[in-house]
Design a binder for this molecule. Structure first.
Ligand code: NAD
Length: 266
């Protein structure tokens, strides 16, 4: 099917750049009306919304800090005013604030947990409340779908990034618990664990040929991922093609989580 999300609505957080942006554009071409949440880059978000509209799609830009409960309430209220219902949430917003553990300020620890973990919880909770209140859609087998943007670091420890790894490890069990709790309401909750994807968050890891060569040692498939790789996985998880899938994490990582150091371990 060319438009697997036709007639559905999707809210994507942190969608003014990187994977969130590409997911928003992809969902729009798949037929969804999309909410492009952004934190501080209103111009980028407006450009994305205009691009989607130029292609005949529906989109709105919605400012909110996902770590603030009241802002998340108004984010969903504004989204519901614009589109009347919500079928899909992609909880994607995330940050890194890196430091060796001994030098990490508690503010750095808290901010990353607040955005990456609490932010996804607040958005998922609000989405579940909306799913509970609205009529089922004839366009979707599930009553609602939530996709949590995690990371290979829900599994792979990452020195120098203890706040980030803890947030993504926490997300994994948050996602599975929500999936277990809401499956009987026909809500599906799944995660995506990207490996190294070419986006602003990790520019330092691929911007020079030396850095890129180092990174490629960790990627058996031999290339850095593109946001489109993740967007296609998100589209599958959001569509009826994955209707019997809930509580799963889809690794989109070119094999990064396959312990590539062991290839030559003998
Ligand atoms: P990105 O920096 O382009 O995207 C993150 C987005 O989140 C930005 O648009 C940012 O403005 C937004 N954001 C930050 N704080 C926010 C807040 N408080 N409220 C709302 N929005 C906020 O980088 P990306 O790679 O596209 O990251 C998207 C997600 O993918 C993140 O959760 C990240 O942890 C995860 N991820 C990325 C990679 C990678 O290699 N790029 C790998 C694994 C996981």
């Amino acid at each position: 099917r060319e438009h697997p999300l036709q007639g559905q609505t999707a809210l994507i957080t942190g969608a003014s750049s990187g994977m969130g942006e590409v997911v928003a554009r992809r969902f729009a071409t798949a037929g969804a009306a999309v909410g492009v949440n952004y934190h501080s880059h209103s111009e980028a978000a407006t450009k994305i919304v205009e691009g989607i509209k130029r292609n005949g799609g529906k989109a709105v830009a919605l400012q909110a800090d996902v770590s603030a409960e009241e802002k998340v309430h108004s984010l969903f209220a504004t989204f519901m005013e614009a589109f009347g219902r919500i079928d899909i949430l992609v909880a994607n917003a995330g940050i890194q604030m890196d430091a060796p553990a001994a030098e990490m300020a508690v503010e750095q620890w808290r901010r990353v947990l607040d955005v990456n973990l609490t932010g996804q919880f607040l958005c998922a909770r609000e989405a579940i409340r909306c799913f509970d209140q609205q009529k089922p859609s004839p366009r979707s087998k599930a009553a609602g779908k939530i996709i949590c943007m995690s990371s290979v670091h829900q599994l792979i420890p990452w020195a120098g990034h203890v706040n980030y790894a803890a947030s993504k490890g926490g997300l994994m069990l948050m996602m599975k618990t929500l999936a277990q709790e809401t499956a009987q309401k026909r809500i599906r909750v799944n995660g995506i664990a990207p490996g190294a994807i070419r986006t602003p968050i990790n520019r330092a890891a691929w911007k020079t040929p030396e850095a890129e060569a180092d990174l490629l040692k960790l990627i058996p498939y031999g290339r850095i991922g593109e946001p489109e790789d993740v967007a296609e996985a998100a589209l599958w998880l959001a569509s009826d093609l994955s209707d019997y899938v809930t509580g799963a994490t889809l690794f989109v990582d070119g094999g990064m989580a396959l312990y590539p150091e062991f290839r030559d371990a003998g």
